[in-house]
Design a protein around this ligand. Sequence first.
Ligand SMILES: Cc1ncc(C[n+]2csc(CCOP(=O)(O)OP(=O)(O)O)c2C)c(N)n1
Ligand SMILES: [Mg+2]
Length: 577
Amino acid sequence: MADWRSVEEGADAFVCALSAQGVRYLFLNPGTDTFPVQEAIVRLQEQGRPVPEVILCPFEGVALAAAHGYYAATQEPQVVLVHVDVGTQNLGCLLHNAQRSHIAVLLCAGRAPYTTDPEVRGTRDDYIHWLQEQLDQHGIVRNYVKWDYEVRRPDLLGEVVARAFQIAASQPPGPVYVTLPREVLMARPGQVPIFRRDRMPPARLGPGDLDALREIGRRLARARRPVVLTGSTGRTEDGFRALLRLAEALALPVVEWRDRVNFPAGHPLHQGYDPRPWLAEADVVLVLDHDVPYIPTLDGPRPDAFIAQIDLDPVKATIPLWTYPLDCAVQADSAQALPLLLEYAERSLAAADRRRIAQRREALAARHRQQREAWQRQALDRAAVRPIAPEWLAHCLGRLLAEDAPDAIVVDETVTNARLLFAHVPAALPGTWFKSGGSGLGWGLGAALGVKLAHPERPVIAAVGDGSFVFGSPLAALWSAHRARAPFLTVIFDNGGYNATKQPLVAAYPEGESVRTGRYVGVELGDPLRYDLVAAAVGAYGERVEEPEEVLPALRRGLERVRCGQSAVIDVLLAPI
Ligand SMILES: Cc1ncc(C[n+]2csc(CCOP(=O)(O)OP(=O)(O)O)c2C)c(N)n1
Ligand SMILES: [Mg+2]
């Protein structure tokens, strides 16, 4: 299962092992412990061997967000290499997102040299080597990764890399962490085994428990008021198509949380993004690939409803309290489970069921139409409002995509404006919308870089809040995009602050001092900042928009720049929060 290779140093084995896994990009922020890998890349390249292309990210969070975006867009595991404990710390909340979004990523970090013998290659020779060793470097990430390992010998590098990929990509996928001590990278092992990717494949879940699927199929066939709640079934095209076929055959209303495009937004069975009215009525609820299908402390299903769940990770052991009522939980790849579920449901359909399904189909189409008309009115009514209404910006973005860039991919980190964006940007195809899957802000710009690297021929649009823009280390992210020739369009929903932290305050203290005085401490980002000027510092195009009639033309100008190879930042000043 392994090919033996002569290598000069351990670091060569590491790079060869990455190439054997088909790694195209190495998202890197380096340090005094990663340079053997940097040297090995050049050495191997000089020898004519395949090596990953380095994407230098001047902030580690950008590197991980980019790897996240690339994996989400391709389902191909990615690799990030950072500097010892400090680089690992800087992965920060992006690791939370990768965990929650089931991102297969191999996180590698240097490890301060662990020897003090001058005879050992790679041993300590710098002041910082004493400071950077921690009692448990892996402890920084252990809450968030599926597996972690410190490589102890250079001849193990090939095996550890293959094992790391196998674990990261096995369903449910997730991040893994490997530390690479300098002594190991600089050792001279002679020959090393490089493990073949096809002989260490990731494990797949398949369609799940057939008896359970049969029961769910029977219930769906008999249901009077069924509803499907989905979060990320559209992570693969097969999942998206399987849900479409199931819903169409049984006329199932689909309520989506658009972590991915799970269902075409313009389809008559698409019933929007709010599960509450549906849950109150439903007799059969099918929860698909969803971490938070509804807020159980506020709303919930009927006590007599039959509730079934199909999920890569139904138990969600990494979420300590996940106590949703369920009659049936199936661990499965929904892309494989749903076709079987449909087959079982169709087998048990009686004539009366078919009549009911036909009636339901019409009722749902009417409800869908009314919902879309209301949304449309909501935006058009605010078309001339000053300062610009977020509904109008979302509407203009929807038009930009429909009229100018039907092949575009959106990376969404708009926080409190996300539901407006869902409503006004009718995503129709799988793989055209990505959210972080978690709550770690500062993901959108880096993720857009990763998605662009995955799809260089398509326009990529990062829609972000003003707070999220700043969290996203815009200088680092836009610089990396410039350097990697991976330009994208950033659209800032600039409401002058953190609406997400104002809203709960107002809800909890409607008659409190903040509301009474109009002073919201820690919420406003102050006088409008010139985010458009940040763009110029890194070779990007920047524009600030204050007039509603200028929104669409400005978005078009930004898109045009991106098509010409330059990133663009369009800062749209909205009504301040
Ligand atoms: C790393 C991180 N820090 C803090 C928070 C808490 N937080 C959640 S939303 C938010 C504000 C987001 O602001 P913005 O992007 O402008 O969106 P808005 O709320 O205005 O819609 C903050 C600070 C977080 N989720 N992640
Ligand atoms: Mg904001």
